[in-house]
Design a protein. Structure first.
Ligand code: 13P
Length: 247
């Protein structure tokens, strides 16, 4: 069976002291036989976290990246730069980027392509808003978002991680039920199967108020291969409980 992946998305949280305390807490509690574990930190803290995590089983990730290779793009960070600081993963297309920074499906697909070409694994986020769910458009929306990434990345699609994050479940404490999540994951798996013979290898994560209490039932679903965790990834004990549920 493929190992599950539990990835923390710290979002715009942390400081030098808090990061060190959190990572030390995780390193004390995580066993060698744990599932795959990653923390996606604010880019300015990559160097700090790279040092703290050196030689450990916890991998490092970033939360966003430029679609461009290099050049006159003030404020942006290139994928090759993230790679230099040990990033193994980069989240692309998080709903907060789509919502607050007007990122389109095409831009997200281009970012995924850039990340892949620098040898990093993109964690591509898809998910519907509450209005879209209530209008019965969940499948249509997630399929459209994933289709753009498949279209741009061709056979390399088997190298991505996909995270289903219903927007209404993010930061609200209102997780999708295990059944609701599995239903969408099955749709995404079928879409990936039509695109690549290696679809079963692709990790499909669930994100949106996953916590120490609900992780086990979500992770027991056949098409849920891990989690992308926001709030609960900022508390060492909660994150360790989720890791244990996946291991
Ligand atoms: P929460 O776990 O805080 O709901 O955040 C989920 C998320 O957006 C992870 O990327």
């Amino acid at each position: 069976m493929k190992k599950k992946l539990i990835a923390g998305n710290w979002k715009m949280n942390g400081n030098l002291a808090a990061n060190e305390a959190l990572l030390k807490g995780l390193l004390t509690g995580v066993g060698q036989d744990a599932c795959q574990v990653a923390v996606c930190v604010p880019s300015v803290y990559l160097a700090q976290c790279q040092t703290l995590l050196a030689g450990s089983v916890i991998e490092l990730g970033a939360q966003d990246v430029s679609a461009h290779e290099s050049g006159a793009y003030t404020g942006e960070i290139a994928s090759a730069m993230l790679k230099e600081f040990g990033a193994r993963f980069v989240i692309v297309g998080h709903s907060e980027r789509r919502q607050y920074h007007a990122e389109t499906d095409e831009l997200v697909a281009a970012k995924a392509q850039r990340v892949l070409s620098s040898g990093i694994t993109p964690i591509v986020c898809v998910g519907e808003t509450l209005a879209e769910r209530e209008a019965g458009k969940t499948e249509e929306v997630v399929k459209r978002q994933l289709a753009a990434v498949i279209h741009t990345n061709g056979h390399c699609i088997s190298e991505v991680v996909v995270a289903y994050e219903p927007v209404w479940a993010i930061g609200t404490g209102l997780s999708a039920t295990a059944e609701q999540a599995q239903q969408v994951h099955a749709v995404l798996r079928a879409q990936l199967k039509a695109a690549t013979p290696n679809a079963d290898r692709i990790k499909l994560l669930y994100g949106g108020s996953m916590n120490a209490a609900n992780a086990k039932s979500l992770l027991a679903q056949p098409d849920i291969d891990g989690g992308l965790i926001g709030g609960a990834a900022l508390k060492a004990q909660d994150f360790l409980t989720i890791i244990a549920a996946a291991s």
